[in-house]
Ligand binder design. Structure first.
Ligand code: TLP
Length: 343
């Protein structure tokens, strides 16, 4: 039975071109700054996002963590969206390792309203922790792959600048946002001082994420990467796949978005499934199966028996994620499986 794995875009396998590039990659000791493949990837990533410097990191979680650490001091406050990945799914690293306090603001499908951010800003007063950093997430994972409109980003950045806050963007899926908006990724990245993006999600590299930012800031980020144990040696072997990802895997994300829109539309026609079809902008779908009278966990395990894998998220919702290793025919199979499990 062919397994249709819709749990995440993290499950994608590297392409043949990636494996070939990995086999051929020139390497060196990156802690000495001597891995030519990593150096090339860092330069390419920075240029693509319109920043001065790039840093190759083992995971998105480490990239976000070291970015928060390099932007703050212990005892500072960081404003985050209430459902953000950094707050929700990164093992509390910002507080445990950085000693910073999260201040949560609820967004609409994860998209912050600048007026709501403004409400939580504190005046300078010795009673309050200094607020230093605003974290944004684009696309927003728990927001169902929501893309932040450019004008909202612009207003958030202007507010941050006015208030002396630095902006870090968790852009794990920033290329999905760029493809969805039809803009160069720079147009999104310019509204943040630093951006983390993942090579190992929809872009299908086996390992790795990038952090990009200013030349002045990067030594601090690089030092925290060392502290966290993320400075690797001949890791050009894996960075080589990242170069292929940037070259050849970005434009095809549109196909994942089309498959997600198709899947969402068809599933929403089933009795017992509720999906906000209009909200499916990229490759993530949340399907509410509570009208079927079944729990999300029960539906997920029924689907598993049909060879369709998805994650049972909170509140009766299933998360379905499209990516390069599932095609239109798989969507049709998944829809049939849903229909039989829900019935
Ligand atoms: N997200 C994973 C899980 O951790 C939930 C997924 O399957 O979606 N930022 C965002 C917005 C993410 O979605 C993720 C991974 C990360 C950061 C962390 O990246 P990694 O897995 O490389 O540490």
């Amino acid at each position: 039975m062919r397994i249709i794995d819709l749990r995440s875009d993290t499950v994608t396998h590297p392409t043949a071109a990636m494996r070939e590039a990995m086999a051929q990659a020139p390497v060196g000791d990156d802690v000495y700054g001597e891995d030519p493949t990593i150096n090339e990837l860092e330069e390419r990533a920075a240029a693509l996002l319109g920043k001065e410097k790039g840093l190759f990191v083992p995971s998105g979680t480490m990239g976000n963590c070291l970015a928060v650490l390099a932007h703050t001091q212990r005892g500072d406050e960081v404003i985050l969206e209430a459902e953000s990945h950094i707050y929700f799914y990164e093992a509390g690293g910002m507080s445990a390792l950085g000693g910073v306090q999260p201040r949560l603001v609820k967004g609409q499908r994860g998209i912050l309203d600048p007026a709501d951010v403004e409400k939580v800003l504190r005046p300078a007063d010795m009673h309050f922790p200094p607020t230093r950093l605003l974290c944004l997430e684009n696309t927003h994972n728990r927001g169902g792959g929501a893309v932040t409109p450019l004008d909202t980003l612009e207003r958030l950045k202007a507010l941050a600048e006015r208030e002396g806050l630095t902006v870090h963007m968790d852009g794990a899926r920033i290329f999905n946002a760029a493809v969805s908006l039809g803009v160069p990724v720079q147009d999104i990245a310019r509204h943040a001082d630093s951006v983390m993006f993942c090579l190992s999600k929809g872009l299908a590299a086996p390992v790795g994420s990038m952090v990009v930012g200013s030349a002045e800031w990067m030594p601090a980020a690089r030092r925290y990467r060392k502290m966290l144990g993320g400075a690797m040696r001949q890791a050009g072997i894996v960075a080589a796949a990242g170069l292929v990802a940037l070259d050849s895997m970005v434009d095809r994300l549109a196909e994942d978005h089309e498959n997600a829109a198709f899947l969402a539309r068809e599933l929403s026609r089933l009795d017992g499934v509720r999906i906000d079809v209009e909200a499916v902008e990229t490759n993530i779908i949340f399907a509410d199966v509570s009208p079927s009278g079944k729990t999300a966990a029960d539906v997920a395990s029924g689907l598993r028996e049909c060879g369709v894998l998805c994650n049972a998220a909170v509140e009766g919702r299933l998360r379905l994620v499209t990516h390069k290793d599932v095609n239109r025919k798989d969507m049709e199979t998944a829809i049939q499986a849903f229909a039989s499990v829900i019935a």
